[in-house]
Design a protein around this ligand. Structure first.
Ligand code: T4K
Length: 368
């Protein structure tokens, strides 16, 4: 039987290349708590990504929770309904009320035009998402934040290596949070990071991810255990050696999809957001009413032949029980996000995906 094709498959370098890292860990017996691989990965990631400071985490969800605590965010935070649920969950974990506003129809990122009307005296921050790795309108968001004295924390889970008009997109806002989960462009199995602009904030974040400890005897905050282990950091170091090759392969797959899907009525490939360097993390298409069958039917039919796309992001966050009672969660407040959520389908994209599979998928879509 043919092997199923999933929306993504983690990139894994040759196993033999990982053995020397394991030998070093076995020899040193340093397994976690900011060991040598952890330190080296922070340094190498700063260089690769073009950012000043990075704090590694066990995953992006804990990093988002910690980022909000690091900046002492309270009250209300304006965010997007069109994301993975972890974005909004990080607010609830901090006792913060999410205020959802609609997205831009072209990028599906938070639309800055909707932010101002949602600001109240309780608003302290904005949490946008660089959805699918496409940069938000960072300048417009910053302008609003400056005018109203708000912090900006970007959920940059999808945005590894992405550059906008002025360098790394991760340098925008007060903090940015990356995910290194298995399904991401750059993975450490599980992992994440906060990008921060100055040493003082890095020190605070590093304390918060280590139970709030400062030295052996002092605890300055009710911190959490968000530390990345040496095994995960070692995988990250090895992945970095292969990342450019993996990104080039994603780019080629993205180009092939665009070429092969361009004349199919009712199928729209989501445009990029004008990034200078993209990461091709996802390949989202919109299946609109001009297409002969519904998005859900196409999804099912692809599954029936062993191809497993994903409806990222359906349902919207605002449809989950812990959010749907909020006034900002009403569908009428979010027409663009609601419509995109009912049409979206993310097609398989990952470095090992053969071009023959891309052809099979696009021919199947064309044949409906
Ligand atoms: N913010 C945003 C905007 C996010 O998208 C995410 C995570 C976060 C924050 C939080 O980041 P982390 O705390 O996770 O670091 C996946 C991921 O679990 C999640 O990390 C990701 N976003 C989300 C968009 O997708 P699922 O439920 O779709 O994953 P799953 O297990 O169904 O995997 C998808 C496919 O990938 C599978 O069908 C097969 C393949 N796969 C998956 C794994 C885990 C593999 O081949 N190997 C694997 O090990 O959530």
């Amino acid at each position: 039987m043919k092997k199923p094709i999933y929306v993504t498959q983690p990139y894994l370098p040759p196993l033999a290349e990982f053995i020397p890292y394991l030998e070093k860990i076995w020899e040193s017996k340093i397994l976690t708590n900011g060991g040598p691989f952890h330190q080296q990965l922070e340094k190498e990631l700063c260089e690769y990504l073009g950012v000043k400071h990075i704090c590694l985490f066990t995953n992006a969800t804990i990093a988002l929770v910690t980022a909000l605590q690091a900046l002492r965010i309270t009250g209300e935070v304006i965010t997007t309904p069109y994301s993975f649920v972890a974005t909004a969950h990080s607010l609830l974990w901090n006792g913060i009320k999410p205020v959802f506003v609609d997205v831009d129809p072209n990028t599906l990122n938070l639309d800055p035009a909707n932010i101002e009307a949602a600001i109240t005296p309780q608003t302290t921050a904005i949490m946008p998402v660089h959805c699918y790795g496409h940069p938000c309108d960072v300048d417009a968001i910053q302008k609003i934040a400056d005018n109203y004295n708000l912090k900006v924390i970007y959920d940059a889970a999808h945005a590894f290596g992405v550059q906008c008009h002025c360098g790394s997109v991760l340098n925008h806002g007060d903090l940015s949070v990356l995910s290194f989960h298995a399904t991401k462009v750059f993975n450490t199995f599980e992992g994440g990071a906060i990008i921060c602009p100055d040493e003082k904030t890095k020190i605070r974040i590093d304390q918060l991810k280590n139970f709030g400890h400062v030295g052996e005897l002092t605890v300055v905050a009710p911190g959490i255990n968000g530390k990345m282990s040496e095994i995960n950091a070692a995988i990250g170091l090895l992945q970095l050696k292969h990342i450019d090759q993996a990104l080039a392969r994603r780019q080629a797959i993205d180009a092939a999809y665009r070429q092969q899907l361009k004349d199919i009525k009712g199928i729209l490939c989501l445009k990029d957001a004008g990034e200078k360097v993209a990461n091709y993390a996802y390949f989202p298409i919109l299946v609109n009413t001009d297409y002969p069958i519904s998005r859900d039917m196409l999804n099912q039919k692809l599954k029936d032949i062993g191809i497993n796309p994903r409806r990222y992001f359906y349902p919207l966050i605002t449809e989950f029980p812990m959010y749907r009672g909020l006034p900002s969660a009403h569908k009428e407040n979010l027409p663009i996000a609601s419509s995109a959520s009912s049409q979206i389908l993310c097609l398989p994209i990952y470095p090992a995906l053969p071009m023959s599979a891309v052809e099979e998928i696009t021919q199947f879509i064309a044949a409906q």
